[in-house]
Design a protein around this ligand. Structure first.
Ligand code: ZN
Length: 444
């Protein structure tokens, strides 16, 4: 096997700097990955795509009664603008925004205990409330992490107009403070350009198959990170995992074509994988399988394979895990990562991940760093993945059926609903029976 943990971790060290969707940092990371592919002798192409990149100019949250004080906040992209003087009203704590929480919401500013899922946002808007405050972080965060509030932009279905329901995010410590001080009136001022666009990039490299070049197996890993962290684990590790798999296939020519896709902008809604599937639409029928990797190499961890495809793949991985002495948990499910975009586009997909035990390493904050990783844990995952990938890529008969199981199709339907990816005729039926969609947690 042509894989090497030291080589991989050397690349990871250089990759582990902020690379937030649509920023120069992300593009620099794309160029780094491309240069690595070139070194291996597998030329890569950087493919640009457009992303929503709303710009918030001003976001201010002020308690005006019983006393005046300002609360540190950031604006939620695409949530809307307030008049210059802001919107002011009584504060109402609405927990996670169930219908019963919103009975008395009219004319108020709502405080959620977490981030707003799309269906919660919809309910809050309809309640007649003026705006909302979402929460980030943990009550147990150390002092220095309290100013590090992270948000995600609200999503709009294609063609949907801005709703103008201004929202800001505060740290959960401040939410607790607001309730304890018995706020009578609070004001939000928010100014933004919600329609601003940006550019993100995928890095795509191909090794042509020696026997069946028209059958493609695409390996993917997102390489973008979120603010305040270096994204070493999420997903610098996945990025170097597929780089090592590329090293292997560069030395051991595959029978089928293998593609390597480093996706940008996963953290803002798996945009890179969606763009790849859209831009490569004409060759998607040749894409037989997507093997995605989102987070490997953590020292305290356990292996997981989430199969968004026929259950035989999961059973085979279970079996292989026993044969190889590689403990791995398998599931038939969608995963909040790029594999879901491939499956949505009709390509059977799966994600490998090495996740952490409760209380272990953390993603999406400054705590996601090299220190929680371990080259030996990392290379074991790569070894197993290479063995599995070789079987799939070089199989005499391609073993992954195109059809997706019924339960997966149902989950993908929910995903489409959440993402506004519905077909026109389905929209009409939707209005008749509107059930709240069970949404996945934020992307890994
Ligand atoms: Zn991730």
């Amino acid at each position: 096997m042509n894989i090497c943990k030291d080589r991989a971790f050397e690349v990871l060290t250089r990759l582990s700097v902020p690379r937030i969707a649509g920023t120069p940092g992300e593009l620099a990371a794309a160029e780094l990955l491309k240069a690595e592919c070139d070194k291996i002798g597998v030329p890569a192409v950087i493919e640009a795509f457009e992303i929503d990149m709303p710009e918030v100019f001003e976001a201010k949250l002020t308690v005006t009664k019983p006393e005046v004080c300002e609360i540190n906040c950031i604006g939620i992209g695409r949530s809307g603008n307030t008049p210059d003087e802001g919107i002011c009203g009584p504060l109402l704590y609405v927990e996670d925004g169930m219908e019963a929480n919103l009975l008395d919401a009219e004319g108020k500013i709502l405080l959620l205990s977490g981030m707003a899922k799309p269906e919660v946002l919809e309910r809050m808007r309809k309640s007649g409330a003026l705006g909302y405050i979402a929460c980030h972080g943990s009550l147990y965060d150390p002092e220095e992490m309290i100013p590090e509030i992270r948000t995600r932009n609200e999503r709009r279905k294609p063609g949907e107009e801005d709703i103008n329901f201004p929202g800001v995010v505060i740290h959960i410590t401040d939410a607790s403070k607001l309730l304890r001080m018995g706020v009578e009136e609070i004001c939000i001022v928010e100014k933004q350009d919600g329609n601003k666009k940006g550019t993100s990039h995928n890095v795509v490299a191909t090794i042509e198959g020696t026997e069946k070049p028209d059958e493609i197996i695409a390996f993917s890993a997102h390489y973008d990170s979120v603010i305040y962290g270096t994204g070493a684990w999420d997903n610098g590790t996945g990025s170097i995992t597929i780089m090592e798999i590329m090293h292997h296939f560069a030395k051991n020519p595959p029978k089928r074509t293998v593609k390597f896709v480093w996706c940008g902008s996963e953290e803002i809604g798996i945009c890179g994988a969606k763009a790849y599937c859209k831009d490569h639409k004409d060759e998607l029928d040749k894409h037989r399988f997507n093997i995605n990797v989102d987070m490997t190499g953590v020292l305290l961890g356990y292996e997981k394979a989430v199969c968004t495809c026929d259950e035989r793949v999961a059973k085979h991985i279970d079996f292989m895990g026993c044969v190889e002495g590689f403990p791995i948990v398998t599931e038939i499910d969608t995963y909040p990562s790029d594999s879901t975009a491939f499956a949505e586009a009709g390509v059977p997909a799966m994600t490998f991940a090495r996740l952490n035990p409760r209380g272990g390493a953390e993603i999406h904050s400054r705590r996601d760093m090299m220190e929680v990783l371990d080259p030996t844990a990392f290379i074991k995952t790569v070894e197993f993945m290479v063995k599995f990938s070789e079987q799939v890529v070089n199989a005499k008969v391609f073993p992954v059926p195109r059809e997706l199981p019924k339960e997966i199709n149902e989950k993908l339907e929910k995903f489409r609903k959440m993402e506004g990816m519905k077909k026109e005729e389905e929209k009409k039926e939707d209005k008749k029976e509107e059930k709240p969609a069970e949404t996945k947690a934020e992307t890994k």
